[in-house]
Write a protein that binds this ligand. Structure first.
Ligand SMILES: Nc1ncnc2c1ncn2[C@@H]1O[C@H](COP(=O)(O)OP(=O)(O)O)[C@@H](O)[C@H]1O
Ligand SMILES: [Mg+2]
Length: 390
């Protein structure tokens, strides 16, 4: 079973809750297999980092997190150090446009000759075992993509260079880099650039030559379907996490076809079968399959089955989780549709609505009130399973 932090993506590792998006993921995989540079763009929190790190784990590639103070040379400096190449100051010389740079363009690169060596903080050259590591000293010019490319080739790095938060760089620096990016494409050094902007061909605006050397991948808009799939997964993980927090033993079913999302069990062989439904766009409203109206037709006894309805819409507080026994959910459509079901395969469980045709009737209660929904909010005891421990 996967660990919860892996599921929720607290670490930078690919997360189990990741939902592949047809359009976006396909384009990205295709771009990886081309020889072009990749630009991933879109507003904040729309999935740029999630997308890139799924295919190119950050710890296995050369990551540069940019800030408004980063200059092009800083970027290359970081790339080379991450690749195990040490840069020492050579002739001090600055580009007039790069007032913040702490070192000049003409420097010396120290390349470990037998590989595997590392450079200590004081500049002494050591290997892990303490024996002297041999380094080759090469004078280079950090301003020349050719030099950078050769160094990377020398140390055998074919890792991707990932530039996070490219939009932080000022326009002048972005433009400078756009020219280098083209050179790097010809030199076979591959970049993924991530940034917050909305317009297409952003890099090509700086350098027209880039047009057919980059692939632009917008992570927006989200299709309704992808969005719902993410909400569905988020709901499952939320319920699983609340259960584990309360000391229950759970098994996630990871989309297997047996029809239950989560099993909850204890040491006395009590088992509860949970299905999770989540809404991220309509408060207190879930779409349920028609079979929920007839809970006795299922192989598992109705009193062991629960529909967990998760409401992800609240913005200023935690989502709500209702633990409805199957029999309770079944009462809702019979009340709401007054016995006359539509032909469709699903029905809507909307806690706030009143039965069809009786919405104006005084004394006619809402579906939620009818099933006593408040009694099921966060009521995990309902499951009839004993928590193991905390
Ligand atoms: N395809 C996806 N499937 C599941 N969750 C996603 C997906 N894309 C993004 N997320 C989640 O949305 C949140 C924001 O995504 P992130 O990649 O950090 O956005 P950005 O880098 O564009 O600011 C993260 O918690 C991430 O796990
Ligand atoms: Mg990001």
């Amino acid at each position: 079973m996967p660990r919860l932090e892996e599921v929720f993506g607290v670490s930078a590792k690919p997360i189990r809750s990741y939902v592949e998006r047809d359009e976006v993921d396909t384009r990205f995989s295709e771009a990886l297999n081309s020889d072009k540079q990749i630009i991933v763009y879109g507003s904040s929190k729309q999935g740029k980092t999630a997308l890139v790190s799924k295919y190119l784990p950050y710890e296995k590639n050369l990551l540069v997190s940019l800030t408004p103070k980063t200059a092009v040379l800083d970027m290359y400096h970081t790339v080379l150090s991450s690749a195990g190449i040490r840069i020492t100051a050579g002739v001090t010389e600055k580009r007039s446009t790069e007032t913040n740079v702490g070192f000049g363009a003409k420097v010396k690169a120290l390349i470990p000759i037998f590989g595997g060596g590392e450079v200590s903080a004081e500049g002494g050259l050591k290997t892990g075992s303490g024996t002297e590591q041999q380094y080759e000293e090469i004078p280079i010019n950090l301003e020349l993509p050719q030099h950078i490319a050769e160094l990377l080739k020398r140390v055998g790095s074919n890792r991707w260079i990932i530039l996070e938060n490219f939009h932080y760089l000022n326009d002048e620096i972005q433009k400078q880099f756009a020219f280098d990016l083209r050179a790097f494409q010809e030199l076979g050094v591959r970049f993924v650039v991530l940034g917050v902007w909305r317009e297409k061909n952003r890099m090509a605006q700086f350098n027209g030559d880039l047009l057919d050397r980059v692939v632009d991948i917008p992570v927006e808009p989200w299709t309704e379907l992808d969005f719902r799939r993410v909400a569905a997964k988020a709901g499952e993980f939320l319920v699983a996490s609340r259960l584990t927090q309360r000391g229950y033993m759970v098994a996630l079913q990871w989309g297997t076809t047996i029809g239950y999302d989560i099993l909850v069990f204890d040491k006395k062989d009590d088992v509860a079968y949970l299905e999770v439904k989540a809404t991220a766009s309509h408060p207190q409203k879930w779409l349920l399959q028609k079979k929920y109206a007839t809970p006795n037709e299922d192989a598992i006894a109705a009193d062991r089955r629960f529909i967990c309805c998760v409401d992800l819409t609240p913005r200023d507080r935690e989502p709500d989780v209702y633990i409805f026994p199957a029999a309770v959910v079944a009462r809702a459509p019979h009340y709401f549709y007054t016995g006359r079901f539509s032909q469709s395969k699903s029905f809507v469980l909307a806690l706030n609505s009143k039965p069809r045709g009786r919405t104006q009737h005084e004394g006619c209660v809402s579906v939620g009130e009818y099933i006593g929904f408040q009694d099921y909010l966060e009521q995990f005891d309902m499951l009839g399973v004993v928590p193991v421990s905390r």
